[in-house]
Design a protein around this ligand. Structure first.
Ligand SMILES: NC(=O)c1ccc[n+]([C@@H]2O[C@H](COP(=O)([O-])OP(=O)(O)OC[C@H]3O[C@@H](n4cnc5c(N)ncnc54)[C@H](OP(=O)(O)O)[C@@H]3O)[C@@H](O)[C@H]2O)c1
Length: 288
């Protein structure tokens, strides 16, 4: 099949490109900056260059495409003038419109874990708004709901390298982070068909303190962990929400909220965080 991958330069998007190419699909990548596609460029047949917030720039990107996969999102990293409503909602809305115009048969969307305490966060609300459009679009779809990626856990390696990691509350909030390759496997399966909703988390439910200890272990260093009351973080977020625009507080609202509650998805991933940390430590990754 011909598959358009939007977000192909990203952490999970590049893994989706690898997985689709390995399964024999013809990949068209939608990218803003072709230079960022370098690691997987040899696996990509065609490139459409566009910023997906610009509907006109998407014209033709879905022509001849069987399935669209989108992992386009801000991921809480902020993007200057843009908010999650411009990107997580708006860019995907534009892509879906272009997919429908071109008669694409299926749309696979990489969303974010469903957890009660996250649903009020703006980033999640923007994604849920797009999901509602997708569900009623008349296009066949799968929405993938992954828990936090291993790439986000690399922050613990970065802290461990600096000599001290910070966790919130008593360090007991839990998460089952998932490898992007496991998510890519689920997405590639969904390209070929399958359920409308797929929830995916890593195989191990870990406290954030256990994640931090794993990071120190990977570096061969004794753990030094500071526990900060969760209320401190929640209060800081409340101040940011009142005093800054969405494009500022929206960049941190999601990642900081995840740190102060349990966020658990079905344990369907296979790859283990300890192995990821060990490889990243050997490669000198995560701010090495
Ligand atoms: N990170 C996590 O822990 C996590 C967990 C669960 C779900 N998710 C969701 O999974 C998705 C992918 O996450 P990721 O960690 O792979 O993020 P990532 O590495 O930042 O990748 C995001 C991709 O979206 C592209 N993009 C952003 N704005 C765009 C625009 N206006 N037009 C075209 N492309 C645009 C980026 O392109 P550039 O390279 O040009 O920036 C990049 O390829 C996101 O929706 C995220 O919310 C992430």
């Amino acid at each position: 099949m011909v598959v358009l991958v939007a977000g192909a330069t990203g952490y999970v998007g590049s893994r989706i490109v690898r997985e689709l190419a390995a399964r024999g699909h013809r990949v068209r990548a939608l990218v803003r900056d072709p230079a960022k596609l370098a690691p997987v460029r040899h696996l990509v047949a065609e490139v459409h260059r566009a910023d997906a917030t610009d509907a006109r720039a998407l014209a033709g990107c879905c022509d001849g495409v069987d399935v669209v996969v989108s992992s386009v999102g801000l991921v809480g990293r902020g993007a200057g003038r843009l908010t999650c409503w411009d990107v997580d909602h708006g860019a995907n809305h534009n892509l879906l419109a272009e997919a429908r115009r071109a008669g694409v048969g299926r749309f696979v969307y990489v969303s974010v874990v469903r957890a009660p305490g996250l649903e009020r966060v703006q980033l999640v609300r923007a994604k849920r708004a797009f999901e509602a459009e997708l569900r009623t679009s008349g296009t066949a779809y799968t929405i993938v709901y992954p828990n936090g990626f291993f790439s986000d856990m690399d922050e613990y390696l970065t802290m461990a390298r600096r000599g001290r990691a910070v966790v919130f509350g008593r360090g007991a909030f839990r998460i089952n982070p998932v490898d992007g390759a496991d998510v890519a496997g689920a997405v590639a399966g969904a390209v070929e068909g399958g359920p409308e909703d797929i929830e995916i988390g890593g195989p191990e439910v870990l406290t954030h303190e256990a994640v931090a200890r794993e990071a120190f272990r990977a570096l061969g260093r004794p753990p030094r962990i500071t526990r900060v009351p969760a209320g401190v973080l929640r209060a800081a977020l409340a101040v940011l929400r009142r005093t800054t625009p969405l494009r500022v507080y929206g960049a941190v609202e999601f990642p900081l909220t995840v740190l102060t509650q349990d966020v658990i998805a079905p344990t369907t991933g296979h790859r283990r965080l300890a192995d990821h940390f060990r490889r990243a430590a050997e490669e000198g990754g995560a701010a090495g």
